[in-house]
Design a binder for this molecule. Structure first.
Ligand code: ADP
Ligand code: ASP
Ligand code: MG
Length: 403
């Protein structure tokens, strides 16, 4: 059994749906059982969100999910009827019908478990199951969505629940590249990448995979094959261990532009202040990313951190209220920044990588505002209008275009 997921561009028109369906039909003809997961056609999700905002600038989260889930609900029956027309029996299923049970946090629900009875029945009848990605339902049958790009997560979670042989993610590029191929022309397709490397890349902006899909893949050892829906070439395998010779020090560069920063100036340098500022953000589900706290001077210090620019307004409101309670002097905020990251397991225990990154950016005149690291990643916050140039500079500095 195999799970195949087709992204928005791949099902963006009737002609593309026919092409994708032929590919599914070929897989069925090769004797495999196929579960298909589909995204909304083209830019449907974006259009539905802006439609919602045009009738209410702050649409209630429940209603927004009721609306945007429809993108995927449209694609699934179209693919199923296209397959039927080709003589391939198929049944479309909503996330709820497919048994995708989630938490109740609208627009960022997490999959609790999958009860795939309907899918298994469909397969037992010799039919293809075509599942609407991105959506699920709570125990109380409230419709939820998994966050932008979440159809990948539906696919990998289904592959895990069904013990499928592998999960194929069909998209509009040939696989995972050393950088976004739309930003770096000389970016190189990787034949393999490790789950941990892909997870870090996805978390810092390489949107080719939804981070939670990679997480589930690693947890349940689902081999993930990211490949093009436009040609038959092999793509990139996401696996636990890459072959020895592929373990280069830096594997990829990524950028994320939805970033803003908040600075709380002159907070008291005593226990409990950071907790008081971050707790309300956590309670509201706002994730805080890079955090920098200065060394205290005469009992006061400054605290700067980044949030998604799309959540800046809500975050500033919460931080201002919290800042008042701890007696901070001022809260300032700014958008227009971006994250620039390098990722690679080979970075562990290789000294000098950070220095090399900072030197390359310095020589290009790119100022670093904040820095954060993990064992296999270094991230710099830079001006947004510099980030694409920064990606190209780092790609070159670490010779990622040479195999
Ligand atoms: P889909 O609709 O199929 O889910 P997405 O738009 O979510 O497709 O993801 C594919 C896009 O991810 C590509 O078009 C590419 O521009 C972008 N991308 C960013 N970083 C990378 C990378 N390192 N390798 C490949 N694609 C990347
Ligand atoms: N349609 C959703 C989105 O645009 C989910 C997905 O495509 O994976 O984010
Ligand atoms: Mg995607």
């Amino acid at each position: 059994m195999i799970v195949q997921k087709y992204g928005g561009t791949s099902v963006g028109s009737a002609a593309r749906i026919r092409r994708v369906s032929r590919r599914i039909a070929d897989t069925v003809a090769s004797g495999q059982q196929v579960v298909v997961v589909v995204s909304a056609m083209g830019h449907t999700t974006d259009r539905l969100i802006s439609l919602a905002e045009s009738v209410n600038p702050e649409p209630p989260a429940r209603e927004l999910d009721m609306l945007v889930a429809n993108g995927e609900t449209i694609t699934a029956p179209l693919v199923a009827m296209c397959l039927e027309g080709m003589g391939v029996p198929a049944v479309s299923l909503s996330g709820m019908q497919a048994g995708v049970r989630t938490s109740g946090q609208h627009s960022r629900a997490r999959i609790h478990d999958i009860k795939p009875d309907r899918i298994l029945e469909t397969l037992a009848e010799g039919k293809v199951a075509v599942v609407a990605g991105f959506q699920g339902a709570t125990e109380d049958l409230e419709i939820t969505t998994l966050g932008r790009g979440g159809s990948d997560t539906t696919a990998v979670a289904l592959a895990a629940a069904l013990h499928a042989e592998s999960c194929e993610i069909y998209t509009d590029v040939d696989g995972i590249f050393t950088a976004d191929p739309r930003v770096v022309k000389s970016a190189r397709k990787l034949t393999h990448i490790q789950y941990d490397e892909m997870l870090e890349l996805a978390a810092v902006g390489a949107k080719v995979m939804h981070p939670r899909a990679v997480e589930i893949g690693e947890l349940y050892s689902v081999p993930i094959h990211v490949r093009s829906s436009f040609n038959k070439g092999a793509g990139t395998m996401i696996v636990a261990q890459v072959p020895m010779e592929d373990r280069k020090r830096v594997r990829g560069v990524a950028q994320e532009t939805n970033v803003a920063k908040i600075t709380v100036i002159g907070v008291a340098d005593r226990p409990g202040v950071a907790a008081a500022i971050f707790e309300p953000l956590a309670a509201a589900g706002v994730s805080v990313d890079v955090i920098v706290q200065n060394i205290g001077r005469s009992g006061r210090t400054d605290l700067t951190f980044s949030v998604a620019e799309s959540e800046l307004k809500a975050a500033v409101k919460l931080v201002k209220a919290a800042a008042k309670t701890v007696g901070a002097q001022k809260v300032s905020s700014a958008g227009g920044i971006a994250k620039l990251s390098i990722v690679g397991t080979g970075m562990q225990g290789t000294p000098g990588i950070a220095a090399q990154m900072f030197r390359a950016l310095a020589e290009a005149g790119i100022n670093i505002e904040m820095i954060s690291t993990s064992e296999i990643r270094i991230t710099c916050l830079v001006a947004r209008d510099q980030v694409e140039r920064g990606v190209r500079i780092l790609h070159k500095a670490f010779e990622l275009d040479v195999d």
